[in-house]
Design a protein around this ligand. Structure first.
Ligand code: GRF
Length: 194
């Protein structure tokens, strides 16, 4: 399976996916693309010999125009699967429809709790005793597609959003590769990590 990965920042989830594809042989990374030409993950992908692309969303007059530019680069590598990994742009229904059933996202909360931003601060503010991350299929509704995997972590006394984010991020790097392995094999059974 050919996998294109979309990032906006450092790309730690992208690196975890790329590393696991190299070990598992279940899929191959054919592109790492970003909405930010300065995204640190682009240099990391290039250093690994993975083709990269960037379309600066601020340089386009509309969301649709930005997505058209991004789609052109994505379609050129003929991906079977799209993985959003720390990708921070909301995609229009038109873009989502094009990849319906083959686009995944990782979100740093136990969906359906805390869709959207600032998930760790919200869990702490709510006094939750556990948090985690979710991999789901991307649909037109933000952070609401079928769940393909979840990993749970405890919230500990004294946790800040930084300490909690770090604990969740470690699990993201375990969960996303495990979900991609199943998804690439056509298996949509959710991966549930303790
Ligand atoms: C992290 O906060 C992670 O929880 C979320 O996106 C952010 C950046 O991830 N998925 P990455 O290091 O760019 O993969």
């Amino acid at each position: 399976k050919r996998v294109a990965i979309l990032i906006s920042g450092g790309g730690s989830n992208m690196l975890a996916l790329v590393r696991d594809m190299g070990q598992g042989g279940h899929a191959e990374p054919v592109l790492v693309a970003s909405n930010d030409p300065a995204a640190g993950g682009l240099a990391k992908a290039a250093a690994l010999g993975i083709p990269t692309a960037a379309a600066d969303h601020r340089a386009f007059p509309s969301r649709e125009a930005f997505e058209a530019a991004l789609s052109e680069r994505i379609e050129a590598v003929r991906p079977d699967i799209l993985c959003l990994a720390g990708f921070m742009r909301i995609l229009t229904p038109g873009f989502v429809r094009r990849y319906d059933g083959r686009m995944l996202n990782i979100h740093p909360s136990l969906l359906p709790k805390y869709p959207g931003l600032h998930t760790h601060a919200r869990a702490l503010a709510a006094g939750d005793t556990e948090a985690g991350c979710t991999v789901h299929e991307v649909t037109a509704d933000l952070d609401a597609g079928p769940i393909l995997g979840q990993a749970r972590v405890p919230i500990l006394p004294g946790d800040t959003q930084e300490t909690l984010a770090a604990r969740v991020l470690t699990q993201e790097h375990r969960l996303y590769p495990a979900v991609l392995r199943r998804f690439a094999a056509g298996d949509r059974t959710p991966v549930l990590l303790p």
